[in-house]
Design a protein around this ligand. Structure first.
Ligand SMILES: Cc1cc2nc3c(=O)[nH]c(=O)nc-3n(C[C@H](O)[C@H](O)[C@H](O)COP(=O)(O)OP(=O)(O)OC[C@H]3O[C@@H](n4cnc5c(N)ncnc54)[C@H](O)[C@@H]3O)c2cc1C
Length: 377
């Protein structure tokens, strides 16, 4: 029987494991992840804003292992030997015939240790719950979100929305290093988002960055000092350090360059955020649609390689994107059509619920969305 090792049980890893579940009896699949559950990241800003309970976003990997027929090892992989398809860490080393890397990405502090120690991030459910608790704690005067991309904007609107519902006048500030938010998006969508941030009462500081972290205060590079400020860092992501030790080049955000079949070495494939798949001249955007599809395709191709068959190229289908904003004024472009306002918000939540693993989580997420305020302790 062949043996396949999967590193990471998020969208790509779990999708691969599910696919390989069809070959039960012919392949043994071992999946490694330090988290006990696969987490649904797109709804993390809703957890931070107290709209959805964190438990809705966790899908037990042990339960998934029983359902799809793999062995789950709850451990972080810290060593990979590509030539022998062997992984190790704080557990007995395991070797396989094939290896699939699906370890995702996390917040990038660009080497700034002080920032990493002081700022909150939004990489997992526990982070969302930490931010929600910090908002409940009346000690902070200002919530400063650093990073004016999709996620930063989404977090800022959720925090402001939550404060507004509680008639809490504490401020939310969004800091962006570029001259405008949402770099790379069409002008009309950027303008719509900027207007909406203003309408929400979020103070936006573009062309600025964090210069210094003083005791409980944050100082911007123009000297502006924000006392009693909680800093939430959302200014970029990169793949985990685990991949730094592997031989070869990396592409944007330290992703593993893969070929059209998602392969990067003999018997070794990558999928999801970890994979630097080139599409239309640049690395494919990170997103759940691509991760799910890549996980399944990488699993198929790995199995084909182990059986000396040609792999099949991964051809992404890009349905578009939405910038979700908590006051129901989201915007984006879906299937080539520009969307704004409530329809964009509804579509975002519909897709999130549809993509959530497990019926219980789905129903719970719907309940929290329809009955706001019920998710808070
Ligand atoms: C706040 C937020 C909002 C987002 N919103 C959207 C959205 O609206 N739409 C959208 O399409 N995308 C969104 N994304 C991006 C999307 O969530 C990612 O592209 C997707 O999760 C990538 O899937 P993945 O399987 O590659 O990684 P993940 O889902 O991150 O899974 C990676 C897994 O690998 C595990 N892992 C990491 N290191 C190791 C290791 N050393 N050993 C073993 N396991 C390891 C992790 O614990 C994790 O379970 C959002 C992301 C965030 C953070």
């Amino acid at each position: 029987m062949k043996r396949i090792l999967i590193v990471g049980g998020g969208f790509a890893g779990l999708s691969a494991a599910r696919r390989l579940g069809r070959l039960r009896g012919r392949v043994e699949v071992v999946l490694f992840d330090p988290r006990p559950a696969s987490e649904f990241l797109p709804l993390l800003p809703d957890v931070a804003g107290g709209r959805i309970g964190g438990e809705r976003l966790r899908y037990s990997l042990q339960a998934a292992a029983r359902r799809f027929g793999f062995r789950f090892v709850q451990a972080e992989v810290s060593k990979i030997d590509l030539a022998n398809r062997r992984v190790g860490g704080g557990f007995d080393e395991e070797a396989g015939d094939g290896l699939l890397i699906a370890c995702g990405s996390h917040t990038d502090f660009y080497g700034n240790r002080e920032l990493a120690a002081r700022a909150l991030t939004l990489d997992c459910v526990a982070d969302g719950e930490r931010i929600a608790a910090a908002v409940r704690d009346g000690g902070w005067q200002t919530f400063l979100v650093c990073g004016g991309g999709y996620t930063g904007i989404e977090i800022a609107t959720h925090l402001k929305n939550r404060l507004r519902h509680a008639q809490d006048r504490r401020q939310v500030v969004l800091v962006e290093r570029e001259e405008r938010v949402l770099k790379g998006l069409p002008e009309s969508l950027r303008r719509y988002a900027e207007d909406n941030l203003q309408r929400c009462g979020i103070e936006v500081r573009c062309g600025r960055t964090v210069e210094e972290l003083a005791e409980e205060a944050v100082v911007l590079d123009n000297g502006e000092r924000l006392p009693k400020t909680l800093l939430i860092w959302s200014a970029g992501v990169r793949t985990p350090q685990l991949l730094d030790g592997l031989p070869g080049e990396r592409v944007g955000q330290s992703r593993l360059p893969v070929d059209q079949n998602l392969r990067f070495a003999p018997g070794c494939f990558a999928a999801g955020d970890a994979a630097g798949f080139q599409w239309q001249g640049r690395p494919l955007r990170m997103g759940i649609q691509f991760s799910l599809k890549q996980g399944a395709r990488a699993a198929d191709n790995l199995w084909r390689e182990l059986n000396h068959r040609e792999g099949r190229a991964f051809r992404p289908f890009d349905p578009g994107y939405i910038v979700p904003m908590a006051n129901n004024r989201s915007c984006g472009r879906v299937l080539g059509v520009r969307m704004r306002g409530r329809p964009a918000t509804l579509l975002h939540y519909f897709m999130c619920v549809y993509r959530t693993w497990g019926l219980r989580n789905r129903l719970g997420a719907i309940r929290d969305l329809l009955l706001p305020g019920r998710s808070e302790p």
